[in-house]
Design a protein around this ligand. Structure first.
Ligand SMILES: *Cc1c(COP(=O)(O)O)cnc(C)c1O
Length: 398
C-alpha cells in the first residue's frame, strides 16, 4: 500500500513513538500535581513539550493550551470567545464557507448563542476576496476566522492582510492552521493571529492531542473555557494532561519545523512528479488545487469516470475522495461545491496528501496504478456504451 492520505492523518514517526513510551509505564505521574517524583517527571515532559510547541509557533509557553485535538481547539477558540464578543457588543463574525467542519460547526453554535456569521466570498481557488472582506468589515466585527491552509485543496490565504484589516477594527483573529503547520513557515506574529489551532496527528504525532495558541499580550485575548474542573492549562482546559500524547506532540512539532525548508522542496517535487505523470498519461483531469498552495497537496477530479468504480478498484493507493460517505449518507465536499465542481466530478475526485514518509518510487507506482484503473474504466465504459447503444454506465445519455 502507498499512503497518500496525509490530510486525514499521518503515520506516527518512530522516534516520536520512542519518546512517548516511558511516559506510559515509568513516568506515569500526574503532570498537574507536585509532591513526588512521579508527578515531577510527568510535569517535566509536559513542560518540555510546551516549550517545543511554543517555539515552533514562535510564541511563549504560557500561550499554549493543550487540547484533545484541533476539533476541541477550534471550539475553545470560537465558542470560548462568545462571552467577550457579547459583552463588547461586537457580535459579528466573518469567515469563509470552505472552513473545516469543526470550524463550521462551532460557528453554527456561536450563532445559536447570539452571534451572527457573515461569509466572505472566495475566488475560484478558495482565496478570500479582499474587496468583499473590506465591505463586510466594521467595528461590530468581533472575530474573523479563516484557515491558513485549506484541508482539501491546499489554498494558502494571505492571513497577514486579513488580520491587519481585522485588527484595525478591533476584531480578534482565529486561524485553523492544522494543515499549514509543519508545511509552511509562519509564526503567530507573522500571520497576525490571536488564536491559532494546530493538531498533532497531522504532523506525525499521536492522535487525540492538539493545541490552541492564545495571545496574552497586545492584545490579551480573553476566553471562557468549554468546561470547568481542576484548573489545568491556566483554567482554559481542565483535566489531567495526557502526558505521553503531549510529549509525542512536542517532539513531532519540533521535528516538523526543523526540517521544514528541505521538506517543502522535496514535497513540492513529489507533488509535481505525481501531477506530471498523471496529466501526461491520460486526459480529462481537472486540477482543483491552486499551483501556489500547500506543497503536499494535490486535488484532482477526473472526467468520464465513475467515482465509486474508481475508488473501488484502487488496490495499492490509499487516497482520500472528496465526497465522504459518512454513516451511509452521501455527503458532497463543501469545498468543491463552493468552487462549483459538479456532483459527478466531485465523486471522481482524489485528494492527495503527501508527507515525509513518501518516496519517488511510491509516487510513480501510485500514478501508474491510477492511470491503469482510469484507462480500464474508460474502456469498459466505451464497450458498454457500444453494446447498449445510447447510455453510459452511470445513466448519462451519450
Ligand atoms: C484534521 C483537521 C482538524 C481536526 O483535527 P483533530 O485533531 O482530528 O480534531 C481540524 N481542522 C483541519 C483543517 C484539519 O485538517
Amino acid at each position: 500500500m502507498i499512503y497518500l492520505d496525509g490530510h486525514s492523518t499521518t503515520p506516527l514517526a518512530p522516534e516520536v513513538f520512542e519518546a512517548m513510551k516511558p511516559y506510559f509505564l515509568e513516568r506515569f505521574g500526574n503532570a498537574s500535581q507536585g509532591l513526588h517524583r512521579y508527578n515531577w517527571e510527568a510535569r517535566a515532559g509536559v513542560d518540555q513539550a510546551r516549550e517545543r510547541v511554543a517555539s515552533a509557533l514562535g510564541v511563549r509557553e504560557r500561550e499554549i493550551v493543550f487540547t484533545s485535538g484541533a476539533t476541541e481547539a477550534n471550539h475553545l477558540a470560537l465558542l470560548g470567545s462568545v462571552p467577550a464578543l457579547l459583552a463588547s457588543g461586537k457580535k459579528r463574525i466573518l469567515s469563509i464557507r470552505i472552513e473545516h467542519a469543526s470550524v463550521l460547526g462551532a460557528l453554527e453554535l456561536m450563532e445559536e448563542r447570539g452571534c451572527r456569521v457573515d461569509w466572505i466570498r472566495t475566488d475560484g481557488a478558495g482565496r478570500v476576496d479582499f474587496e468583499h472582506l473590506r465591505s463586510l468589515m466594521s467595528d461590530d466585527v468581533g472575530l474573523v476566522s479563516v484557515a491558513l491552509a485549506n484541508h482539501e485543496i491546499g489554498t494558502l490565504q494571505d492571513l497577514k492582510r486579513i488580520s491587519d484589516l481585522a485588527r484595525a477594527h478591533g476584531s480578534r483573529v482565529h486561524t485553523d492552521a492544522v494543515q499549514a503547520f509543519g508545511k509552511v513557515r509562519f509564526t503567530a506574529d507573522s500571520i497576525g493571529a490571536d488564536l491559532v489551532t494546530i493538531s498533532s496527528h497531522k504532523i506525525r504525532g499521536p492522535k487525540g492531542i492538539g493545541a490552541l495558541y492564545v495571545r496574552r499580550k497586545n492584545p490579551r485575548i480573553e476566553l471562557e473555557p468549554l468546561y470547568l474542573g481542576g484548573g489545568q492549562e491556566r483554567g482554559l482546559r481542565p483535566g489531567t494532561p495526557d502526558t505521553p500524547a503531549i510529549v509525542g506532540f512536542g517532539l513531532a512539532a519540533e521535528l516538523s519545523v526543523q526540517n521544514l525548508d528541505r521538506e517543502v522542496e522535496r514535497l513540492s517535487r513529489l507533488r509535481d512528479r505525481l501531477w506530471f505523470h498523471l496529466s501526461g498519461s491520460i486526459d480529462g483531469w481537472v486540477r482543483n488545487s491552486p499551483p501556489d498552495g500547500l506543497p503536499n497537496n494535490l486535488n484532482l477530479s477526473i472526467e468520464g469516470v465513475d467515482g465509486a468504480a474508481l475508488f473501488g478498484r484502487l488496490k495499492q493507493v490509499a487516497v482520500s475522495n472528496a465526497s465522504a460517505c459518512l454513516n451511509g449518507v452521501q455527503d458532497y465536499s463543501q469545498v468543491l461545491t463552493e468552487l462549483g465542481v459538479g456532483r459527478d466530478l466531485a465523486r471522481a475526485t482524489m485528494r492527495f496528501g503527501l508527507g515525509t514518509w513518501n518516496t519517488e518510487t511510491e509516487i510513480d507506482a501510485a500514478a501508474t496504478e491510477i492511470v491503469e484503473v482510469v484507462r480500464d474504466l474508460r474502456t469498459m465504459e466505451r464497450r458498454f456504451a457500444e453494446q447498449t447503444g445510447t447510455f453510459s454506465m452511470n445513466g448519462e445519455k451519450l
